[in-house]
Ligand binder design. Structure first.
Ligand code: KIV
Ligand code: ZN
Length: 518
């Protein structure tokens, strides 16, 4: 019988705290529901002490999402632990994840405490959490640059205090697979009562070794892996869920390990995350990148035509990537549309389906074929319509070889329609963005602007990704339309709405204690 490894998903915490990946509470709830459908064992839903927004979001997820255990991240301070408990108390299946740094570097430079104090703080936090829940995970932050003997000491104390999971994070993505295996093996052998708890690993990808390190730890007895969808996370990201799960599946005869993941949900989950965050995966990303199942060279194509196994080690369908034969266009009906939406991994209500159908018909009038990517954009537009601070009502531009580009824009701010404004620009996009900036009156700087056609042909929808920065806060937005200028305007407004969200949590963070090291 193969060994079962638990998948602890931290997309909504470690992943969400990385640049360009922030989500609002509604987006986090949608993602959490999809993670439950994917079959993860644990969802780390956020860091409740960091902001009221994160608190609410963790609370909502705890109440609404069934299946996985929902976990709050907390430092070892009383207030943090209490916030984590308050957010989840009453949820069906929940736990607390508390952490403190253990490397001398972090203890000295970041926390200004000695090892003895760190142990005391860990014990106190675990005992406090155990009064409310039987599920308490303890992490030794920067474990891989910590003195292993001290790790044995603090982990032994954590078990005695009631921790049920010990997590070994490679916080800065520094270790190599062999070294990590040695460390985890030593901890399992030397920590007192190690057999009474579960060992977990949490690897970052700074040297591109996060998946390899996680697999090496599993080989020596780690029973839980912490990871994120698309590998998002601090800096170079976390170990990527899809890489680990598919490694176990594809190389089952080698690993003999199983997980509770429904691999057919991997691709829809990855797509959903890119839609919610506006951050795309690189095209050569393992498993979920656009090129992961694409064959360019003649030799490869010839091989794949004869037998896909020549150059494919897994079937696209095994991750839920289907190549649909049925074309959706203006003659398609509601039933075909619904079927396609479900096959893309979305659950939509009757009302949502009706609204999507209406928008679909409008788009199908402009485009001959409505592709899956077009449809996903429509679904997102419907789901998030009318809930944000800024809404673009209309944008009209004049441009050409003999005229100065001018844009006229009408927007709603806080649900109130503002008078139309106009301004000039170096080009039509510049004019549109200048006008929007004028209306919202936020002097943000545009730091990146990327246009991509999501489908082929001159009627393709263009997807524009925009990054902006205002007083050190960075936000990313995404918009799509068959007209690039309109797509750009949507992307800019989307980025401004995300900036508003970040501004709120940023101000609250400044008022609370400084967030250290996560
Ligand atoms: O990378 C890290 O050390 C973390 C901990 C909070 C587990 O994210
Ligand atoms: Zn981390």
């Amino acid at each position: 019988m193969s060994q079962m490894i638990k998948i602890f998903d931290t997309t909504l915490r470690d992943g969400e705290q990385s640049p360009g990946c922030s989500m609002n509470p509604k987006e986090k709830l949608i993602m959490a529901r999809q993670l439950a459908k994917l079959g993860v064992d644990t969802i780390e839903a956020g860091f409740p002490a960091s902001s009221p927004g994160d608190f609410d979001s963790v609370q909502q997820i705890g109440q609404a999402v069934e299946g996985p255990m929902i976990v709050s991240l907390c430092r070892t301070d009383d207030a943090d632990i209490q916030a984590g408990i308050n957010a989840l108390q009453g949820a069906k299946n929940w736990g607390i994840h508390t952490f403190i740094a253990t490397s001398d570097l972090h203890l000295k430079v970041k926390l200004d405490i000695d090892r003895k104090t760190a142990v005391k703080k860990a014990i106190r936090a675990i005992e406090q959490a155990r009064k409310y829940t039987d599920n308490v995970e303890f992490s030794a932050e920067d474990a891989t640059r910590s003195d292993p003997a001290f790790l044995v000491e603090i982990f032994s104390a954590a078990v005695k205090a009631g921790a049920t999971i010990l997590n070994v994070p490679d916080t800065v993505g520094y270790i190599t697979p062999q070294e990590f295996a040695e460390l985890v093996r030593r901890l399992r052998n030397e920590v007192t009562d190690a057999d009474k708890v579960l060992f977990s690993v949490h690897c970052h990808n700074d040297l591109g070794l996060a998946a390899a390190n996680s697999l090496a730890a599993v080989a020596v007895g780690a029973q839980q892996i912490e990871c994120t969808v698309n590998g998002i996370g601090e800096r170079a990201g976390n170990a990527s869920l899809e890489e680990l799960v598919m490694a176990f599946k594809v190389r089952n005869s080698y690993f003999d390990i199983s997980t509770n993941i429904d691999t057919a949900q991997i691709y829809p989950t990855s797509r959903l995350l890119t839609k919610l965050t506006g951050t795309m995966v690189q095209s050569n990303k393992a498993i979920v990148g656009a090129n992961a199942f694409a064959h360019e060279s003649g030799i490869h194509q010839a091989g794949v035509i004869k037998n896909a196994l020549t150059y494919e080690i897994m079937k696209p369908e095994s991750i839920g990537l289907t190549f649909n034969q049925l074309v959706l266009g203006k003659h398609s009906g509601r039933a075909a549309l619904k079927k396609r939406i479900i096959s893309l991994g979305y659950d939509v209500s009757k009302e949502e389906l009706q609204k999507i159908f209406e928008k679909f018909k409008q788009l199908a009038d402009k485009k001959k074929v409505v592709y899956d990517e077009d449809l996903e954009v429509l679904i997102m537009e419907i789901r998030f319509a009318g809930e944000e601070k800024y809404e673009l009502l209309s944008v009209n531009v004049t441009s050409g070889t003999e005229t100065i580009p001018t844009a006229t824009v009408v927007m709603k701010v806080d649900q109130e329609e503002k008078p139309a404004q106009a301004s000039l620009g170096d080009g039509p996009v510049d004019a549109a963005l200048n006008t929007i900036r004028q209306i919202v009156n936020i002097p943000c700087v545009l730091t990146s602007f990327v246009v991509k056609a999501i489908t082929g042909g001159t009627d393709a929808q263009g997807v524009v990704s925009i990054s902006i920065e205002w007083e050190g806060i960075k936000a990313t937005g995404r918009g799509s339309h068959t007209d690039i200028v309109i797509a750009s305007a949507y992307a800019f407004v989307n980025a401004l709405n995300r900036l508003e969200l970040l501004k709120k949590s940023h101000h609250l963070l400044e008022e609370t204690e400084e967030l250290s090291g996560i």
